[in-house]
Design a protein around this ligand. Structure first.
Ligand code: VAH
Length: 311
């Protein structure tokens, strides 16, 4: 059976849907620290005993460890970020090792990169000097995952997600959340106050591409995975003003003003774009959504969601 931690989160919500479709509801345990209509089991990843019990009780052989405190929240609550992002991962890896779990997925992020990497087409193998605690947690997570593979043979696989854009679940506490909030405001009020500068350019990806990448890397032959740590994957990169212009093609009266806050510094520390040749070669990664396709689908889906209030 498959265990998802953080199943109520932005990625976890959609990952759960895809895994249930693939393996059947009875074989997927969707857990989170808080209950919701997509979470059937409470699990606090900072509690090692609970994780071990969950794995044994449910005969878990694969774990998607999606529970995390993201970049912006991590700067406001560093202790919580350390507990969840580091001790949570430690507990998952230790329990997986002890209980003979077959495979673990660990979500890394472009947040592992710091200001010293190339701004454009940041390569797979560069020095990792993140300036957010979340980024430090993700670099440590990549190293710890590799350690568990080398020392114990635990098959941990990992991807450096770009900013993710989705309509099924809201992001929480991220720096790239502006690229999701903007759609809801464009449709609701036709105006958005963006918390990063208009020229802020970041690697981004539509959620359906990110979910497919997650499933694909977990299904790949381990012998083909040549990257130590987490794979760069890329789909698109855009500036905030380019996103606004694309939205205006659908909602001409939409306006956006820019009022950078503390999240600007986190965004500025990350590269504008990354190169993903290793993922394309090792496990045939290939994005499907570009900026135009993503904006069109987001507006269609969110407009539909708003017309049919949540039942
Ligand atoms: C965040 N969405 O903003 C996350 C992501 C690229 C950053 O890890 O913190």
């Amino acid at each position: 059976n498959v265990l998802i931690t953080g199943a109520g989160g932005q990625i976890g919500t959609e990952l759960r849907l895809m895994l249930c479709e693939t393996y059947g509801n009875d074989h997927v345990i969707a857990s989170d620290i808080r209950k919701s209509d997509t979470v059937d089991t409470l699990l606090d990843v900072t509690n090692a005993r609970d994780i071990e019990h969950m794995i044994k009780e449910n005969n878990i052989n694969t774990i998607f460890h999606m529970a995390a405190v993201l970049s912006a929240t991590g700067e406001k609550q560093p202790e919580l970020a350390w507990q969840v992002n580091m001790n949570g991962l430690w507990n998952v890896l230790e329990s997986a090792r002890k209980c003979g779990v077959k495979k673990v997925f660990f979500p890394s992020s472009i947040a592992v990169f710091g200001p010293d990497v190339p701004r454009k087409n940041c390569p797979q193998n560069v020095s990792l000097h993140p300036t957010t605690l979340y980024g430090i947690n993700k670099v440590s997570g990549e190293l710890l995952s590799q350690y568990y593979y080398e020392k114990y043979g635990l098959d941990v696989r990992s991807i450096r997600y770009p900013g993710l854009i989705s309509y099924k679940a809201m992001p929480g506490g991220g720096t790239t959340d502006y690229a999701v909030e903007i759609f809801y405001e464009a449709i609701k009020s036709q105006h958005y106050t963006c918390f990063v500068r208009k020229d802020t350019r970041l690697p981004m990806m539509y959620m359906s591409d990110a979910i497919r990448a997650t499933i694909d890397i977990m299904n790949a032959e381990r012998k083909n995975l040549t990257v130590q740590g987490a794979y760069n994957i890329a789909a698109m990169h855009f500036s905030a003003e380019e996103l606004v212009s694309e939205i205006q093609k659908h909602i001409p009266q939409f306006t956006c003003e820019y009022s950078p806050d503390e999240r600007q510094a986190y965004a500025d520390s990350w590269p504008d774009s990354v190169e993903d040749s290793h993922a394309r070669k090792d496990w045939s990664w290939q994005p499907e959504y570009d900026l135009a396709a993503m904006v069109s689908d987001m507006i269609t889906q969110i407009s539909h969601k708003m017309k049919t209030p949540a039942t």
